[in-house]
Structure formats: C-alpha cells, structure tokens
Design a protein around this ligand. Structure first.
Ligand code: AHN
Ligand code: ZN
Length: 347
C-alpha cells in the first residue's frame, strides 16, 4: 500500500462512525510495519546503544565511477590518462572525505626503469581511534600479457574490472560515508602501481621477482600517511565487477586474518550473496594486501574474483585487451559494495 492509498483509505474511515477507531489503529499499525519491512534499509546493531541504519549501496553510482575511470583510457603510470585520472580521483573523493592525502613516490619496475606513482588516501572521522582500512588499486596494467593474441601483449589493459571496479565501489562507499557516519573511522586508499609486475613474455627469469607487484602498497606500508598508523583491519577489493563472480577465501587473507574473512563472508551470506561469497579456500594471490599484512602488520583481507575453474584463476578477460566496460556487471558491484557497507556499519 502506498501513502496516497493509505490517506484515501484513512479519510474514508474518518467519515465513518467512531467504533472504527479500533480498526483504524490496527490498520495504521499494519501499514507502518509494512512500510518498515518493505524498506530495503536493514538495521545494523552496533556495539554502542545507538542503532545505525545500513545505507543502500547505489550500484548505478558505482558503475558511473567505473565508467568515468575507463573513459580516461588505460591508467598506465607515465601516461596522460594516468595523470588525469589521479587528479579526478583526488578531486572526487575530496568532496566526500574529511581529509585527503596524496602520496607521490618513485619505484623501480621489473625492467629497471623508474616510474612515478601516487597513492591517494581519504580519511573519514580521522579523530576516531577505531578504524577500518579499505583499499583498491587504481592503475592499469601496461601489458596485456595474457591476451590470446600475442600482437596484443604490448598493449595496455583497459582495466575496467582489474582496477576500476574496486575503485568505483569504494568511491560509492565514500559517498555513502559522507551522508551517514558509522561508529568507526574509515580510511580509503587507492594504491598505485599494483599492476606493473613482470610480464609473462619477459626474458628476465633471474629477476622475475615477486616484489615487482603492488609497488604502491609496498611504499605505503613502509611509509604510512600518519605516524604510527593503525587500523583494526583492512579490506582490499580487486576484480569486483565482472559477471558470475566467485570470491573464494583467498589464501594470504586466510593465513593473516581468517577471522576477518569469515566475518565478512558471513555478512555477505546473510545478505543473500552466498552464491558469490563461497565457503571455499582459494589459492594465494600476491596483491596489495600481502604487503599491508607483512610490512605494515595490519590484518587485511582481499575480496578478489578468484575461480579455480578458469585457466588464469581470475575472470576470463584478465590481463587481456578485453577487460573493458562491457564486462562490468552492476549486480557484482552491488553485492560487494553492500557487503562492505554492512560490515562497516555493523562495527
Ligand atoms: C599476480 O598475478 C602475481 N598477482 C595478481 C594480483 C593482481 C594483478 N591483481 C590485479 N592484477
Ligand atoms: Zn592485474
């Protein structure tokens, strides 16, 4: 029953005799409970007295943030698209956060060259001691070395799912945080230079070193934006926008923070997303969270599309030129974003 119907019915009843007052009271009660139930807002019970309402994640808004990044072109460090996207990210998140810190750094990449990167860090309620860290990488891979056509190996990856999806979800989380404050403080980090790792075609077996990945996260973990920075735990999002997602419980996340993984997966399952947040242990994925765990010693988990059944273990277009906007599924953005929001507003 919508509000207009109810008012019409209410005025109809008012014209009748007073013994209808009782039925009117019942009707009012039923209508209010229907409204409460039909609302998609779910009440999250916090540890303090106050009840906090869980906001609705807006997947259209998240999709728009993904599309905007992809439209710059591949955000490969050293290119104009990379520089323009950095400025846009800083500007966009500044409208939502209490404070934004941009952390420039230089790093030596797999072939010995120097690249310049920027980690972008947004602080929400920076005065709070109890904090949750959220992260995603914003750079795109310079080499589509998993493309079936070798002619594409030296082309950049559009990075719609591998990069833009996690950032798009977190920008929408940031927008929600600006409307509705949870009990905890939140820090959102957009890591740069995650995806510059040694390409498969490179003949550099002697320095095919694991540490060529996640260069921005390595820099931040050794130089956090605040002296003595601590967070209760962290959640990294990577490849969270393709259709038919499968989020196995990633190996390093289980090794360093199994309690957080299980808590977040239970939250997702309670929201009805157990078809993607499966109770299955995945392999170890070297990603930004690995260095947050090992260097900064903050427990951080990775929500990553990770499927033992595909050849790459990731989504089918991973590190190909086909990781473009056409593979982004709003429902995947929704289930990840709503899970992250539910977790934050429960703390
Ligand atoms: C490796 O394949 C070594 N790491 C996967 C991490 C990654 C790449 N995330 C996005 N692109
Ligand atoms: Zn990648």
């Amino acid at each position: 029953m919508n509000f207009i119907n109810f008012i019409n019915y209410f005025s109809y009843l008012c014209k009748m005799k007073s013994h209808h007052c009782f039925s009117l009271a019942i009707l009012l009660f039923v209508w209010i409970s229907c409204q409460t139930r039909s609302s998609s807002n779910i009440e999250a019970h916090s540890t303090s007295e106050a009840k906090i309402v869980l906001p609705d994640f807006d997947a259209d808004s998240a999709y728009h943030f993904v599309a905007k990044q992809v439209a710059f072109g591949p955000r490969v460090p050293g290119t104009r698209a990379h520089e323009q996207c950095a400025n846009w990210l800083q500007q966009t998140i500044s409208a939502y956060a209490d404070e934004v810190v941009v952390q420039p750094f230089s790093a030596r990449v797999w072939n010995g060259e120097i690249r310049h990167g920027k980690n972008i860090i947004a602080l929400f309620s920076p005065e709070k001691k109890s904090r949750i860290l959220l992260g995603a990488h914003w750079d795109s891979r310079p080499t589509a070395d998993q493309d079936p056509d070798p002619n594409n190996w030296h082309k950049p990856v559009p990075g719609a799912n591998d990069g833009a999806s996690g950032v798009g979800v977190l920008l929408e989380v940031a927008r929600q945080l600006s409307i509705n404050r949870p009990n905890v403080g939140v820090d959102i980090i957009f890591f740069d230079l995650e995806d510059y790792g040694t390409p498969d075609f490179a003949d550099v077996s002697f320095h095919r070193n694991q540490d060529t990945w996640a260069l921005g996260a390595q820099h931040w973990a050794q130089n956090p934006h605040k002296f003595n920075y601590r967070a209760n735990y962290g959640i990294l999002l990577d490849m969270v926008g393709a259709a038919n997602p499968r989020f196995a419980k990633e190996g390093f996340s289980m090794y360093f923070a199994s309690d957080i993984v299980n808590k977040v997966w239970k939250t997702a399952q309670a929201l009805g997303f157990g078809y993607a947040f499966v109770n299955e242990r995945g392999g170890d994925i070297l990603d930004d969270h690995y260095y947050v765990n090992t260097l900064a010693r903050i427990p951080m988990i990775n929500i990553i599309h990770h499927d033992r059944k595909t050849a790459s273990r990731f989504f089918p277009q991973w590190h190909t030129i086909h990781d473009d906007l056409s593979i982004i599924d709003k429902n995947t953005l929704l289930i990840v974003g709503q899970t992250v929001l539910a977790q934050i507003y429960q703390e």
